[in-house]
Ligand binder design. Structure first.
Ligand SMILES: *[C@@H]1O[C@H](CO)[C@@H](O)[C@H](O)[C@H]1NC(C)=O
Ligand SMILES: *[C@@H]1O[C@H](CO)[C@@H](O)[C@H](O)[C@H]1NC(C)=O
Length: 476
């Protein structure tokens, strides 16, 4: 963890990108670069270069801090070194590191190497150090080490301290994943402390994802998502909707008339033009508004033949019963829309993700509803109703969603309490994948979430409370 040297946030993304690209090249990169190249290209350095010496000291210190080895290890040979002018200087250094006779706790600079070759445990390491002299900062962008292949005289002493190299390998891997994550999702942190804290959270979340993965009964893959640097608390308050658990307190809605036919084996409203593209609620607990507009977009399409993208912001601003970015209930939203007289389009009343003054104009209403209904809690009846009537507003326990990447998610019931409903989404279809029955669920966390913005949940066991809160608007 000590090697977590990502520093000074505003420039991190591009530098991290550089480091990630460079790391693809592997050990020994830059060795064959010319001495001089175009401006900005790496320049080979002599061992006596003062900047290099300083960078080496820094890398050595970080290296020792990040390892569990008992002895202090130092650079025993510089294989190659280059520097590149970026914002500051980026050093790429390939060296050998070996054991000294000093115990680590001593941390002396004068420690001698072991005279016996077999005790040296020499490793070849590539370091990348980013130095910003005028800020007095150094950052270890990369550290990649492997044991030096050499004939061993004494086989009995060959084994390296396994905890040290395993630990090192793990931290390097974690750092790599974290950098990749920052680049992919454009993450920028305000300080070194913040970066370290996010890395810590990222690490914990990876472990949680592994746990969910190992206990999933479906075919889902969990791992790094764009929410991997958020604590559960942050995720909950920004993306979920605490009000939904109070669903039982809502005024009962009219029951939906049951479907006339049994459910076909599979159905997907995306194939029938009733579903708009995936939207993004941002850092606002407005999932309920997206769930409802998605449903009305479908209802309007089936009534009118035109697929519109309807306004969530109108609900965030003008639905006085619900709580804007702090949650809401679809049942309230339907009523609010009836009272207002309808919904404007997304382009007329665009999403900002903040509650603002209501700016609704009845002249701009693009779709209206006449009433709303609550569906059966039987998954078979829900499927039949969906196939006949359009996408359904549903809510669920989103526990496994923070870490979901793809596949059919089927979390254990103890992880996904059906009574702890905290997220509203849009059910657009169902079917089976390799014999595993699923619901296709349109989420509002952007297209870079899950499978192109969609979440697939196991169908048939009321997983995560998916059957508890199904409703729809009615357009006459
Ligand atoms: C669909 O809605 C538009 C706009 O409100 C309206 O002009 C059109 O007549 C409607 N079409 C149908 C088939 O209802
Ligand atoms: C449905 O609501 C619209 C808009 O409020 C209204 O103009 C229409 O008459 C209603 N239709 C029925 C059948 O009540």
């Amino acid at each position: 963890m000590a090697a977590a040297g990502l520093r000074r946030s505003p420039v991190i993304p591009c530098l991290v990108l550089a480091a990630v690209c460079a790391s693809v090249l592997g050990l020994g990169e830059d060795l064959d670069r010319p001495l001089f190249g175009p401006p900005g290209s790496p320049i080979r350095l002599h061992e006596s270069d003062p900047g290099l010496k300083k960078a080496l000291q820094f890398a050595e210190e970080r290296y020792n801090r990040g390892s569990n080895a008992m002895h202090l290890r130092r650079v025993s040979r510089v294989i190659s070194a280059t520097k590149q002018l970026v914002k500051g200087i980026r050093y790429t250094i390939t060296v050998e590191l070996s054991n000294t006779q000093c115990k680590k706790s001593a941390m002396l600079r004068t420690c001698d190497f072991y005279p016996e070759a077999h005790k040296l445990k020499t490793e070849v390491c590539v370091f990348e150090v980013w130095d910003i002299p005028w800020q007095g900062t150094s950052t270890l962008l990369k550290q990649k080490c492997q044991a030096k292949a050499e004939p061993q005289m004494d086989e009995t002493n060959k084994a390296e301290d396994p905890s040290s190299s395993a630990h090192m390998e793990e931290s390097v891997k974690l750092l790599g994943q974290f950098k990749e994550f920052m680049v992919k999702y454009n993450k920028v942190y305000s300080s070194q402390e913040e970066t370290d804290r996010r890395l810590q959270i990222f690490h914990e979340n990876l472990r949680t994802a592994e746990k969910i993965q190992s206990l999933d009964q479906g075919s889902a893959e969990y791992g790094v998502t764009k929410f991997s640097d958020l604590t559960e608390e942050e995720f909950r308050s920004s993306y979920l909707n605490p009000l939904l658990s109070q669903w039982t307190l809502h005024r009962p809605m009219k029951p939906a008339p049951p479907a006339k036919e049994p459910a076909p084996a599979s159905w997907d409203w995306r194939d029938h033009g009733a579903v708009s593209s995936v939207k993004n609620q941002g850092m606002c607990g407005s999932c309920w508004a997206f769930s409802v507009t998605g449903n009305i977009e479908g209802q309007w399409f089936l009534k009118n033949g035109t697929l519109l993208s309807l306004s969530e912001q109108e609900l965030v601003d003008c639905d006085g019963v619900d709580q804007a970015c702090r949650g809401g209930l679809p049942s309230n939203a339907y009523e609010a829309i009836e009272k207002l007289g309808g919904l404007e389009t997304e382009s007329d009343y665009s999403y900002t993700g903040r509650k603002q003054r209501c700016d609704f104009t009845s002249g701009k209403v693009a779709a209206y509803i006449n009433s709303s209904v609550e569906l059966s809690k039987d998954e078979k009846e829900i499927a039949a109703w969906l196939a006949e009537n359009g996408p359904v507003s549903v809510a669920l326990n989103a526990f496994a969603m923070q870490f979901y990447r793809k596949g059919v998610s089927h979390p254990l019931k103890i992880f996904c309490n059906p009574w702890m409903i905290d997220h509203a989404v849009l059910m657009v279809g169902y079917g089976a994948r390799n014999g595993v029955p699923f619901w296709a669920i349109k989420n509002s966390w952007g297209e870079d979430y899950g499978e192109q913005g969609y979440y697939y949940l196991y169908r048939g066991s009321n997983a995560c409370g998916i059957n508890k809160m199904c409703s729809s608007a009615v357009v006459n």
